[in-house]
Write a protein that binds this ligand. Structure first.
Ligand code: NAG
Ligand code: NAG
Length: 299
């Protein structure tokens, strides 16, 4: 379905008076769609991986929601939704918003999943992930795609979930992207003090500065962390050093602060992914690729 921008603006204004969708998810993790050998996860693989993470829940945090990066690549939703339903987990669906063909395939895969399995498994949706940061899309076009998906998810399928966008704090504070904030029900901030070259001692403060800067420009909209994390292998970046001790320290300082402050988050990432390009990108898991935890998740 396709709308003109003015229709969408009108629909968005009308939606404000009807019941707003609510955040109905717990904190969670970002999770990739590939096994360590690069094969796409089957329903059995997703089931096992969801159960492993559910087992990490603590007395204060239940890990039951999983943010997935794509709806269509690796048949992500086709394979993961039956797994989520089997173990009572929820999925935060990522819709790629780059070129039109990719966007339509992603939107189609989300629609197929809602048609087939209903919407109880769906925790929320982000349309676009750092596509503003990479300057891959015009902000007006991205806003139209967000409104388009919102119409499908909440009007056609009545899912009643938040539909927003995930991007870096630097993109959110850039006024050029204000229309994307307007289109989003929820602003998801990705922030990595590691990629800001921060020492581990300063990392939490630098992360919280980016949260404050983002919150200052989003007009009181719901806010959450789309991605944050700290790698345990690969090269130093400025003063940032990737070690297991530093991941533990980042969890204790930054993630535990998010929990204390009731800021919902999806940590990046769950398991190490040896199939990603060599270097730090392979080492962002709180667990190794054999799924054993590297650190304590206690706060
Ligand atoms: C990831 O896995 C795919 C499929 O097994 C393989 O073709 C590709 O070379 C792998 N990439 C890396 C970086 O290991
Ligand atoms: C803001 O975004 C625009 C468009 O993506 C870009 O050209 C500009 O350099 C950005 N401004 C800053 C301060 O980064």
């Amino acid at each position: 379905m396709k709308y003109s921008l003015s229709t969408l603006l009108f629909a968005a204004a009308a939606a404000v008076v009807s019941a707003s969708p609510v955040a109905n998810f717990e904190n969670g993790f970002n999770m990739g769609a590939q096994n360590p050998d690069g094969s796409c996860k089957t329903t059995a693989d997703w089931t096992r991986d969801f159960q492993v993470v559910q087992g990490w829940s603590t007395s204060t945090v239940k890990y039951n929601t999983f943010k997935l990066y794509s709806t269509n690549d690796c048949d992500t939703l086709k394979n993961a939704v039956p797994a989520a339903q089997a173990v009572g987990a929820k999925i935060w669906a990522g819709v790629w918003a780059v070129d039109e063909a990719k966007f339509n395939a992603e939107k189609g895969a989300l629609e197929y999943a809602m048609q087939t399995w209903g919407t109880d498994w769906l925790a929320g949706v982000n349309v676009g992930s750092e596509s503003l940061y990479r300057m891959e899309i015009d902000p007006v076009k991205l806003a139209i795609q967000i409104w388009d998906v919102k119409g499908m998810v909440n009007e056609a399928y009545k899912a009643g979930v938040l539909v927003g966008c995930a991007d870096t704090w630097t993109s959110w504070v850039n006024g050029t992207n204000a229309i994307v904030i307007e289109a989003s029900d929820i602003i998801m901030m990705n922030g990595f003090p590691y990629w800001q070259g921060s020492t581990i001692e300063q990392a939490k403060d630098i992360f919280y500065q980016s949260i404050a800067a983002t919150k200052a420009v989003i007009n009181g909209k719901p806010f959450m962390i789309g991605e944050t994390g700290w790698p345990t292998g690969g090269d130093n970046f400025g003063s940032a050093v990737p070690t297991v001790d530093n991941l533990q320290s980042y969890w204790k300082s930054a993630t535990c602060a998010l929990q204390a402050d009731n800021i919902p988050y999806f940590f990046f990432s769950t398991f190490d992914e040896p199939n990603r390009s060599a270097g730090v990108e392979q080492h962002f898991g709180v667990a190794n690729s054999d799924k054993s935890l590297k650190i304590s998740l206690a706060c």
